[in-house]
Design a protein around this ligand. Sequence first.
Ligand SMILES: [Zn+2]
Ligand SMILES: [Zn+2]
Length: 80
Amino acid sequence: MNCSVCGNPLHGGRTVFRCDCGVLAHAHCWGKHIIESHEPPFTLGTMTRDDVFVPNEPVQEEGEGLFGEVSDEVRDEDKE
Ligand SMILES: [Zn+2]
Ligand SMILES: [Zn+2]
């Protein structure tokens, strides 16, 4: 039996994760399977110094660059 994520064999005696969808994966491949196959909902945000989670502004539907570059940085460099 091979890992459904990386394709390498699942060795006997090692910890293996079996998903509700029936897929088997290495422990270290498990998270990747969840994210790629099941796309769980999540919220991006930041932690304050008081350990409070503060969600970021809601992402617009057209915004594909969730992990892309931040485009609203102010550029105030002078051009010669
Ligand atoms: Zn694997
Ligand atoms: Zn699954």
